[in-house]
Ligand binder design. Structure first.
Ligand code: BDR
Ligand code: CA
Length: 309
């Protein structure tokens, strides 16, 4: 079997940047396109950051489509407290060596799916606005998507409110449309991404690679500082790379099939992913939800992929 074709939808973001690099350094994946969305920072910033990361690793051949600058129905909430003013503060990396694709996210996804001989996995690791917009615009191409492996949600507590994880909180209506799309969905929520915390030992191991590894370690040192300040622990979770790993090595993620509904009405619990682990509602399952991560194998996979860059 050849490499699995994938499209990454990102809002870089430190962990988004690592997810992009991991995809680029993995011979098991064929990164066909990157699309950007407003989330951790505004759209111009997340797009610039995605272009800079791809330029850094020499992948200016990957088209980058800029997508939604606002959630479907809500005002944008960004995360400068976690990712800094630029969305990717920390070590300075060179400016982008190429420009965004003129088609934009939705049409870039559409063309990429049409051109791929085999179905493509979508890996959205920011608010789900672009994916929902794509599904509305091109329902006829749904069959060209093999799976949606998303980072978002939580079976337990949130990180933006007590009930909600950031990506789903920012655009809950979009998340609801994705979970209700009928497509195979894998959800890597906080329950598993917090098992991928990059402590000092993991960061030093990545630094030891040199080159791109040093940049990643520098990003994660910055991320560790903001996590310590905001959440009180300094092993920042590599949220978004977990969604990449779930496609690359599905065995790393232990999942349970269940129904997930997204809360869009209540202000108190906006963006909560209500996960029916025990099947008490009788509602049909719509997602494979991550319940466990092989942490050691995950970090080995990340290390090996960054070493190849
Ligand atoms: C998610 O929110 C963002 O800050 C991260 O990039 C990740 O996608 C974690 O809640
Ligand atoms: Ca993200």
């Amino acid at each position: 079997m050849g490499p699995k074709p994938v499209i990454l939808d990102v809002d870089p973001g430190h962990d988004d940047a690592v997810a992009i690099m991991m995809a680029c350094g993995s011979p098991g994946l064929d990164l066909l396109a990157v699309t950007t969305v407003a989330g951790n920072a505004t759209l111009p910033k997340t797009t610039r950051n995605a272009l800079r990361v791809l330029s850094l690793v020499g992948r200016t051949d990957v088209p980058v489509g800029a997508g939604a600058s606002e959630p479907l129905e809500r005002s944008l909430r960004t995360a400068e407290d976690i990712h800094g003013e630029s969305g990717m503060d920390g070590p300075r990396i060179p400016e982008a060596a190429f420009e965004p694709d003129e088609r934009g996210a939705v049409e870039l996804i559409a063309d990429t799916l049409k051109e791929s001989p085999e179905p493509v996995a979508l890996i959205p690791v920011g608010p789900l606005t672009n994916v929902a917009a794509f599904l509305r615009a091109h329902p006829e191409l749904k069959g060209r998507i093999s799976r949606i492996s998303l980072m978002g949600g939580s079976m337990g507590l949130g990180n933006t409110t007590p009930a909600a994880e950031f990506n789903v909180y920012v655009d809950p209506e979009a998340a609801r449309e994705v979970f209700e799309s009928g497509l195979p969905v894998t959800m890597s929520g906080l329950d598993v991404t917090h098992q991928a915390g990059a402590g000092r030992a993991e960061r030093d191991r990545l630094r030891g690679i040199g080159g791109v590894g040093e940049v990643v370690a520098g990003f994660l040192d910055f991320f560790a500082g903001t996590y310590e300040r905001v959440f009180g622990f300094d092993a920042p979770p590599l949220h978004d790379p977990v969604a990449v790993a779930a496609v690359l090595e599905p065995g790393l993620l232990r999942t349970r099939l269940m129904n997930v509904e997204v809360e869009c009405e209540s202000d108190l619990t906006r963006g909560e992913t209500v996960c029916d682990l025990h099947g008490v509602t009788g509602r049909p399952p719509n997602a494979e939800v991550g319940v466990g991560l092989d942490r050691e194998a995950f970090f080995d996979l990340l290390h090996d992929s960054l070493k190849r860059l």
